[in-house]
Design a protein around this ligand. Structure first.
Ligand SMILES: *Cc1c(COP(=O)(O)O)cnc(C)c1O
Length: 379
């Protein structure tokens, strides 16, 4: 057997700035006030920032609640030593109910079967379980309809060992600071909560990042924050319209390196399909990054990267593991030079919002793509 080397490093590196994550958490906690809990959404590997590392950083900053999609992720967090309450948002499969007890996880429920399975497991374990209920107040996605609430609550009361500790809902348009629909939906949600709050202490939570930043009156008892903790505004702005005390700091950067520099004459076709033909002699930098690394093919002839602190255009198609940048206007570029795809170099910055605009998507997707397809390190 050939021994594996002690360390190998890809050309492409995602770096996570832990002090940015911490600063965002503190800023947002201050904004909502210390009596309102923040559930840090660390699903999708913390939007590409690394679930365990990110949860540790938020925990260190004072976070005591975490949200994941599937039970598997909750177990991973527990096994990594994360304390506090871990919410599993997408339910569970039959026979997984025992895991909520084994790993002290809190299920979000939205159907009758979950009540029965969790109750049976609670009786078996001689341990009560608390659950949060998801109500669909206008998202058109997961959750019971508000009209089903009385029946659902009655059903819940019939089963031993299971108690309702929270009612949650989710906004479809809170990323739009001017949506009237958000406040109308909030009124509906408050009515729903009002039907259940006479039964002991029920935690109400509906606000995501958009809710907290643009509709602060919707914060209730707890808020569920994702994109803002990672440093971006949900409406894709740089937060220009917000006061400086509210500045979020992007935590992720993504870099690669130049692997070859060359000059090609006017009339040269660049990359598959020759979708770019040079109009004059052109110096190009070949970069070892492509759609397999989350630098999607839709960025062909659109994206810009930073080399020596200056912007360089991506020309021609993005390939699986390669793409080309036009460096004609940039002096002294050589193989090995660092290239910033996302983040800052010198005085220039490329944001996930800018890349998202080139791709026709949102920052969330850019962060997931880069973060979940590359080597990642914390700084
Ligand atoms: C992902 C998610 C959030 C966080 O949304 P952001 O816009 O990233 O703040 C909140 N609630 C639920 C149910 C989610 O799935």
């Amino acid at each position: 057997m050939i021994p594996s080397p002690s360390s190998t490093r890809s050309f492409n590196q995602v770096s996570i700035d832990s002090s940015a994550l911490q600063a965002n958490f503190w800023m947002l906690q201050q904004k909502v006030g210390k009596d309102i809990r923040i559930m840090a959404m660390v699903k999708a590997d913390a939007y590409g920032h690394g679930m365990i590392e990110t949860a540790r950083i938020f925990a260190g900053a004072g976070c005591d609640s975490f949200g994941v999609a599937e039970i598997e992720e909750g177990i991973t967090l527990r096994c990594a030593g994360i304390q506090g309450q871990i919410f599993v948002l997408l339910g569970f499969q039959v026979s997984q109910e025992q895991l909520f007890f084994d790993y002290d996880l809190t299920p979000v429920i939205f159907d009758y079967q979950a009540i029965e399975l969790l109750s049976q497991a609670a009786v078996r374990n001689g341990k009560e379980i608390t659950v949060h209920l998801k109500v669909d107040c206008g998202m058109g996605r997961l959750g019971i309809n508000p009209s089903e609430l009385p029946d659902f609550l009655a059903h819940l009361e019939r089963f031993p060992g299971i108690s309702l500790a929270g009612i949650m809902s989710h906004f479809p348009m809170a990323d739009d600071p001017t949506s009237r629909q958000t406040l109308e939906m909030f009124q509906k949600y408050k009515q729903v909560c009002g039907q259940a709050t006479h039964r002991s202490l029920i935690l109400c939570h509906i606000a995501n990042s958009g809710g907290v930043l643009y509709y602060p009156e919707t914060c209730c008892d707890m808020v569920r924050l994702g994109i803002s903790l990672y440093g971006y505004y949900p409406d894709g702005t740089k937060g220009k319209q917000h006061d400086s005390a509210e500045k979020l700091v992007p935590a992720m950067s993504f870099t690669t390196q130049v692997i070859q520099v060359k000059s090609v004459p006017a009339g040269t076709g660049i990359s598959y399909g020759h979708t770019f033909i040079t109009g004059q002699e052109t110096r190009i930098a070949v970069l070892p990054v492509g759609y397999a690394d989350g630098f999607l093919r839709t960025l062909s002839n659109k994206a810009q990267v930073l080399i020596k602190g200056q912007r360089a255009r991506i020309i021609g198609r993005v390939c699986m593991n390669l793409c080309m940048a036009d460096i004609s206007g940039i002096e002294g570029v050589k193989a090995g030079d660092q290239v910033v795809i996302l983040g800052s170099q010198g005085a220039e910055t490329v944001t996930a919002d800018e890349i998202a605009a080139w791709m026709g998507t949102i920052s969330y997707e850019v962060l997931c793509l880069f973060g979940n397809n590359n080597e990642r390190n914390s700084i």
